[in-house]
Design a protein around this ligand. Structure first.
Ligand code: ME8
Length: 510
């Protein structure tokens, strides 16, 4: 099986981590953990983008060198994945020596590819420092960048340009040949029509800046922040494991996750740069929507931030991860609300899942003195419920259906709850003649919960481990365990502690 390499965008170090960043990070982690459960060689990359001109400005205001300032603020970004239960295989900083060196080599490869794909020209235009991109008049609203609500600056300078226009045909062909190259399909259409509309060359360097990666053949210029940042997906593989170059192992089997704001950079500019430098294009790109609060994109500059770490403090990492996957259909824009975290915590995690575990373990403790016998009843309702689960969830996660795969698991949780009601073990327990039947029902409930815990391991890893432990089962989460009849006999099972106790603290204000 081809190794699985999944990336998040590298986040601007000079902004504050908010729930939108947590969203992509959690999604990438779910995909990575899931592929690992299936025994696949997997690599997860996240990190920060440091060479934005804003970093140099703010550092100067604070009397610091840009690197010193970046070193201070990067910690907030390192703790973001950690607090969300995400352990990336590498956390990249674009100020890493290994990255800087690779970007220089990468740009030199393009320059020397024999097609003059990098040439000198003059650029004049309106530049938004928030987007780190030039803007056309049409893109402005009342003279301001609608994303950042600030007026762009007029910039005129001699820069190095990348001949994007030369890649129009190749990109058009790629979009024609690979139906699922960019997902969802409506995003592929957006990229395809951007390509069809005619591609303009773009500037890949900036003059007179000291914060950035010097252009190797013209050190008065530094690489444009995007020409530097996109390259992280490759550069990381050259130095993440000292002494090892992981490019041959993980490239081009990469899946880039990103939101729609940076579609053009990833789905058009980046593949063209790769082709120009002699690399294969990424295997797949998934473009998700924005989480919206009050119908506006969540972002620092719009003063509309939800600190994901506040939510983690109140609810824990797993409920926040669960909410990220469940609140909005992955790929679509959707309204997020902090109240929704609480609601899902109480209703779905607490009632649907937590109570099922409490009831099941309490019944084994009460009716069987904590002994669970291994009595799978092949042909049972629970066997039928579990039979398609592993394949269904895997197929959905292979196509980035983060929300659909979780809903599929939740159907099973609901099915198990119905099974408790229809079999009414409390009635069976009153009738000695039905002792075997009771044993089978208890076994089926424990087994169903065990399989659900394994299926949920990529979404809510801590919870999954706690369920297996409460059921007296080994912590094995190989995907083959998502099937009926794998529960080991247990003795001494006691009623489980509540998985999701009631929380009385108020939810943090949105
Ligand atoms: O664009 N909803 O960094 P960035 C969902 N440094 N996801 C969101 C979101 C929201 N409201 N807001 C942000 C940059 N995101 C560049 C990337 S990559 C080579 C360079 C997530 O800090 C989403 O993944 O602005 C989006 O693409 C990313 O954060 C942008 O992060």
């Amino acid at each position: 099986m081809e190794p699985y390499y999944v990336t998040t965008p590298i986040y601007y170090v000079n902004s504050t981590p908010h729930i939108g960043h947590a969203y992509t990070t959690v999604a990438a982690d779910v995909f990575a953990r899931h592929q690992r459960q299936r025994g696949r060689d997997t690599f997860l990359l996240t990190g920060v983008d440091e060479h934005a001109s804003k970093v140099a400005r703010v550092a100067e205001e604070q009397g610091l060198r840009p690197q010193e300032y970046a070193d201070r603020i990067v910690e907030a970004w390192r703790s973001l994945p950690a607090r969300l239960g995400v352990a990336p295989d590498f956390f990249i900083r674009t100020s890493d020596e290994g990255h800087k060196q690779f970007v220089q080599e990468f740009l030199t490869r393009i320059k020397e590819n024999g097609r003059e794909d990098i040439y000198q020209g003059v650029y004049a235009g309106l530049y938004c420092v928030g987007c780190e991109a030039f803007k056309t008049e049409d893109e402005l609203v009342d003279g301001k960048c609608p994303e950042h609500d600030i007026e762009p600056e007029w910039i005129e300078e001699r820069n190095w340009f990348f001949r994007l226009s030369a890649y129009q045909e190749q990109l058009r062909a790629l979009y024609g040949e690979r139906a699922d190259w960019v997902l969802p399909g409506f995003r592929a259409n957006e990229a395809r029509s951007f390509v069809a509309g005619g591609l303009q060359d773009f500037s890949i360097s900036r003059e007179g800046l000291s914060w950035g990666i010097p252009i190797p053949w013209d050190t008065d210029q530094v690489a444009y922040v995007w020409a530097d940042a996109l390259v992280n997906y490759l550069s990381a593989l050259t130095y993440a494991r000292p002494g090892e170059n992981l490019i041959a192992r993980y490239w081009p089997g990469v899946r880039h996750l990103l939101a729609k704001d940076i579609l053009r950079f990833h789905c058009v500019y980046w593949p063209a740069m790769l082709l120009a430098a002699g690399y294969e294009v990424p295997r797949q790109l998934f473009v998700h929507g924005y989480l919206l609060l009050d119908d506006r994109k969540i972002s620092k500059s719009l003063g509309n931030v939800v600190d994901p770490l506040d939510l983690v403090d109140v609810y824990g990492a797993d409920p926040v991860r669960f909410w990220c996957a469940r609140s909005v259909s992955f790929g679509q824009d959707g309204a997020a609300s902090v109240a929704g975290v609480r609601e899902r915590y109480e209703r779905e995690l607490g009632n649907d899942l937590g109570n099922l575990l409490s009831r099941t373990t309490a019944m084994v403790a009460r009716y069987r003195d904590g002994e669970l016998r291994a009595v799978p009843s092949f042909g049972s309702e629970v066997e039928a419920i579990l039979a398609p689960l592993g394949d269904d969830v895997a197929a959905r996660l292979d196509s980035f259906d983060l929300t659909g795969a979780l809903e599929r698991i939740w159907e099973v949780v609901r099915g198990l709850n119905r099974h408790v009601e229809t079999t009414a073990p409390w009635q069976l327990a009153k009738d000695d003649a039905r002792a075997d039947e009771l044993d089978r029902v208890l076994y089926d409930l424990v087994d169903g919960l065990r399989a659900v815990a394994v299926a949920l391991a990529s979404y809510v890893p801590e919870t999954s481990a706690r369920i297996l432990e409460a059921l007296g089962q080994p912590p094995t989460i190989d995907w083959s365990e998502v099937s009926y009849g794998r529960t080991q006999p247990v003795e001494g099972l006691g009623p489980a502690e509540p998985l999701f106790p009631r929380i009385d603290e108020p939810a943090p204000a949105a």
